[in-house]
Design a binder for this molecule. Structure first.
Ligand code: UD1
Ligand code: UDP
Length: 371
């Protein structure tokens, strides 16, 4: 029997860990599984825990208003020491690139359990973009014992950094597993959250779905993006729907910028099922999110990426996303092009998703059974 501790703290980690937790719990004869949430996010994490019916064994309840990276990092390292001593895991699972991931990886290395890193090997090779996620990933890779890479490209990145190739396994991204489960539930059940959301929407206007939260866009980038989107709603008859991230560095300025624009609907972060339903209804998605870039091609939705550089080059190569950064002209021109050039739009909706087929978690747990 292997003792497993799964640790995560934010909304996207929870979504991408949910399929792993499901597989671990389906294999109780092999694994004794404990779940620890740092709660680096609170409300946005709880929305995901509710949807996937995940009940944590440990909840560090760490989030504070407008938290800073230093306090967050040190709090997680200190608190994880106690959790590791209590649960005594053989293997600790972390995901991706957050402060929870990096700090838990370091605490695990000090304690001595084996570290399994999901979504390993993504790189921009620019340590300020995404900040601090690029360095969180690099540090986690060098602390981890097993690396579950979503793509061959991610595996190559790890090998270039002298990670032992025998410990790198390409599985696709578990976000696709989560998305397919969610799409299935949304098609077969009614959800109050979806009914409430549909009542807010204008039936006769195309939807552009917007999300934005990255630190690199705080300040000047955010102002340019908001100006571009305000201008866009003057040029064309669309509704922009924006579930606003709770980070006050985003929440406060976007309400100032967009508050008076009736064609930009600012709403609270959506539960996963309502967000997936909205992605499916949208014509175009404009976002700086990592996870949404991976999900959207499975729903046939073109994505404009509000970043200067991406650690997900596969989607640029596949043609499922277009990088627009915070360049006002590019944001407006590319959106107008997608709204009016039917062939270009249609071609983008047909493309293949490079991030997997929904079996990543099964592959990861099968591998874990045999090590
Ligand atoms: C974090 C991750 C980022 C990830 C993002 C997903 C780091 C360094 N960054 O950034 O990689 O893309 O989560 O959304 O780990 N807040 C709430 N309620 C919530 C969540 C956040 O009020 O449920 C507010 C709090 O004031 C909190 C602030 O947002 O202090 C920032 O949260 P934090 O996790 O530090 O940064 P994110 O920008 O969310
Ligand atoms: N998401 C959600 N509700 C929202 C916005 C996003 O459930 O209101 C989901 C989305 O489907 C994706 C994930 O949250 O799976 C992305 O999270 P985020 O953009 O916060 O972080 P990132 O992926 O950039 O790290």
């Amino acid at each position: 029997m292997k003792k497993i501790l799964v640790v995560f703290g934010t909304r996207p980690e929870a979504i991408k860990m949910a399929p792993i937790i499901k597989e671990l719990l389906l294999n109780k004869e092999y694994f004794e599984t404990k779940i620890c949430v740092t709660a680096q996010h609170r409300e946005m994490l709880d929305q995901v825990l509710n949807f996937f019916e995940i009940i944590p064994d440990y909840d560090l309840n760490i989030m504070t208003h407008n938290q800073n990276l230093s306090t967050l990092t040190s709090d997680i390292i200190l608190k994880m020491k106690g959790i590791l001593e209590d649960s005594k895991p053989d293997y600790v699972f972390v995901h991706g690139d957050t402060t929870t991931t990096m700090a838990t990886s370091l605490a695990t290395y000090y304690y001595g359990s084996k570290l399994c890193h999901i979504e390993a090997g993504l790189r921009t090779y620019n340590k300020r973009a995404p900040f601090p996620e690029e360095i969180n990933r690099v540090l986690t890779s060098h602390l981890a014992d097993y690396h579950f890479a979503p793509t061959e490209g991610a595996k190559e990145n790890l090998i270039k950094e002298n990670i032992n190739p025998d410990t790198v396994i390409v599985t696709g991204n578990t976000v696709i597993d989560a998305l397919l489960t969610c799409v299935d539930k949304v098609r077969n059940h009614t959800f109050q959250s979806i009914e409430d959301l549909s009542n807010l929407l204008d039936e006769d206007k195309e939807i552009i779905l917007l999300t934005m939260h990255r630190r690199e866009n705080h300040g000047e980038g955010l102002e340019l993006i908001c100006e571009a989107l305000n201008e866009l709603t003057e040029k064309t008859n669309v509704q922009i729907v924006y579930p606003v991230h709770k980070n006050p560095n985003i929440y406060v300025p976007v309400h100032d910028f967009f508050g008076k624009n009736k064609n930009i609907k600012l709403i609270e972060p959506l539960p996963y099922e309502a967000f997936v339903w909205l992605m499916d209804k949208a014509k175009i998605i404009i976002t700086d999110s990592g996870g949404i870039q991976e999900e959207a091609p499975s729903l046939g939705k073109p994505v404009l990426v509000l970043r200067e550089i991406t650690e997900r080059p596969e989607s640029v190569v596949a043609g499922t996303v277009i990088i627009v950064g915070s360049n006002k002209k590019k944001i407006i021109d590319e959106t107008m092009e997608l709204l009016h050039n039917k062939d270009k739009y249609h071609n983008m909706t047909l493309l293949h998703n490079p991030y997997g087929d929904g079996t990543a978690a099964k592959q990861i747990i099968k591998y874990l059974k045999n090590i």
